[in-house]
Design a protein around this ligand. Sequence first.
Ligand code: SAM
Length: 246
Amino acid sequence: MTNLLPEMAEIWQQTLNWEPNQQQQQKFQQLYELILTGNQQLNLTRITDPQEFWEKHLWDSLRGIAPQGQFIPSLSENASIIDIGTGAGFPGMPVAITMPNCTITLLDSTRKKINFINESLAQLTLSNAKTLVGRAEEIGHHPQHRKTYDIALIRAVGNASVCAEYTLPFLKQGGLAIIYRGNWTEEETKSLQNAVNQLGGIIESLEQFTTPLTNSIRHCIYLRKIVNTPASFPRGAGVATQKPLS
Ligand code: SAM
């Protein structure tokens, strides 16, 4: 199996002012191998080349929790995090490996993907992560999940307004939603602004950065929850996608 780029230490250092310890490096490697093996049976990801995996799945996952290139300080304490629409475990799994003091809930509506993650968590002996099968629109109303997380992550699940509607209900007041995006336009900021106003949040910051290997453009949008999200959100299954708030 291809070795997952141990020489990346310097780039981790330069871009995030951090580098994985030996155990974390081993877990990244193991995660890569689990994904490659899992891909033989499940359609987990098209990204299998080691450099691409490193940049798009590992680095990108961690860059989101490091606005301005510094990890969010509360992550060194015991923040509770949810990754909504985690798929094969991104960005949540790399975050769980990197932040052992945090508890991470990995949520996806596809049981097969969650089964794969459960097996991977056991292999990786990651005790700070757990899984949940279900739709954000339903789980976001459950009292044991609504208003309970410090940070909500979401990558490649829908447009930004959909992501806002899925994430903000899960957050405690003062919590942070992180929306991972590729491209971004001014029009998107306007409709997202209207959406977050209705959901009890504000757009705290929007960051553009370039990836270290292929110089691709990425954006992360950071939403802060300032007041309770009205009980009518998230709307029923599929409604946010069909009629995004704007
Ligand atoms: N976040 C991962 C990543 O960036 O690699 C996976 C992205 S994949 C394109 C989208 C995932 O979101 C799928 O695994 C899908 O099952 C899940 N998903 C879509 N809508 C969802 C919803 N309403 N609630 C929970 N999961 C959802």
